[in-house]
Design a binder for this molecule. Structure first.
Ligand SMILES: Cc1ncc(COP(=O)(O)O)c(C=O)c1O
Length: 369
């Protein structure tokens, strides 16, 4: 069993992915070929965003969004420490200061009730992360941002396809930034990502920044980056879109089945009015290392997202004390992600659940946390 089964997906989609790759090899426009525009048009329509700008990765999407907003050195961006490093890393690379706000103990998304206390005259933006596949509380975040004149960038690397009050992740704020890393809900076969916005001026800025700040060939209107997504990777995503709706449905079914089979085990909560695309199916357990070892012995692969919140990482230690986000700190010791993909079979899923129940039941009582 694989943690993320990309092989079965490829087998199912081989005719469409191979044909799309072959088309690129035939026309030879490897940079900014026609598949780039086709993917952008398709994804803009799918999310309900006015603009989609494909970029080299989810990381690059965050950086380009921050650059397009024209933030200045010393500006502050509020975010969560319970995320992949790229979120805070890009804020620092854009010359700004990440300000960490703790998370909700049940959804693991940013705790909106703590945001306003961290806003000051230097705050320019809020960058919530829609973790594990569920959108953060965007209505409340947007309301806070509107009250204080801030931009909102949704780090939607894990939530492409998710719904929030009937609207799609990525189309809910100033910018939505997603990743097509291979194991994401919609992935390519390398690195890729996309930015979404309804703002014409910001979309134009992002398009220019992605090609070294060029407004026309060799006219560098602003400082940019080499941030394009390859035509071949766009072709792969187009191929995968052929059954993406089916995959979302399967993910919902598998997520619901995990939920009921794991009753009694602490799980990430999904709030009313939202769904999860289950980028990760994550449970919270005590004595995680023991549980993980037992699952490994039963040939069930697992992963930890994330073992240390960013405020406890050496690179960000000077931004915030290790104890400043206690919920993130506590959950980083307990979260455990289980195998998940649209092609996960019922038999394999049952084996995961049974192995987890046995692992939890088999922990020596004396050593229980
Ligand atoms: C929350 C989050 N943000 C940003 C990224 C960065 O995306 P990429 O790997 O495409 O650069 C990831 C990818 O793992 C992520 O999970």
């Amino acid at each position: 069993m694989q943690f993320t089964d990309l092989k079965t997906q490829y087998t199912a989609l081989k005719p469409s992915i191979d044909a799309r790759i072959q088309r690129v090899l035939d026309h030879g426009q490897y940079i900014m070929g026609p598949e780039v525009k086709e993917l952008e048009t398709t994804l803009a329509a799918f999310t309900g965003s006015k603009h989609c700008i494909t970029v080299a990765s989810g990381t690059e999407a965050l950086l380009i969004a921050l650059m397009a907003l024209d933030l200045k050195p010393g500006d502050e961006v509020i975010t969560t420490p319970f995320t992949f490093a790229a979120t805070a890393e890009m804020i620092v690379l854009a010359g700004c200061k990440p300000v960490f706000v703790d998370i909700e103990p049940d959804t693991c998304n940013i705790d909106v009730s703590l945001i306003e206390a961290r806003i000051n005259a230097r705050t320019r933006a809020i960058m919530p992360v829609s973790l594990y596949g569920q959108v953060a509380d965007m209505a409340e975040i947007n309301a806070i941002a509107a009250r204080h004149g801030l931009a909102v960038i949704e780090d939607a690397a894990q939530s492409f396809g998710a719904l929030y009050q009937g609207r799609r992740s990525c189309a809910l704020s100033t910018f939505g930034a997603t990743s097509f890393f291979p194991s994401k809900p919609l992935g390519c076969y390398g690195d890729g990502g996309a930015l979404f916005t309804d703002d014409d001026r910001l979309a134009q800025a992002a398009r220019e920044i992605r090609v070294h700040g060029q407004s026309a060939r060799y006219t560098h209107t602003r400082v940019g980056v080499g941030g394009r997504m390859d035509t071949l990777q766009c072709a792969v995503v187009l191929g995968k879109l052929e059954r993406f709706e089916w995959e979302l449905q399967r993910r919902a079914e598998i997520g619901a089945r995990y939920r009921s089979l794991l009753e009694g085990v602490e799980q990430v909560a999904v709030r009313p009015g939202r769904n999860s695309v289950w980028a990760q199916v994550t449970v919270m357990v005590d004595r995680r290392a023991d549980v993980q070892a037992r699952l490994q012995a039963a040939a069930v692969p697992t992963a930890v997202h994330y073992p240390k919140p960013l405020n406890q990482q050496p690179a960000y230690a000077d931004l915030c004390c290790p104890e400043c986000c206690p919920v993130s700190g506590a959950l980083s010791q307990r979260v455990l992600s289980l195998p998940m993909s649209a092609d996960l079979t019922e038999a394999d899923q049952s084996r995961v659940v049974q192995a987890l129940h046995s692992a939890l039941a088999g922990l020596p009582a004396t050593a229980a946390a």
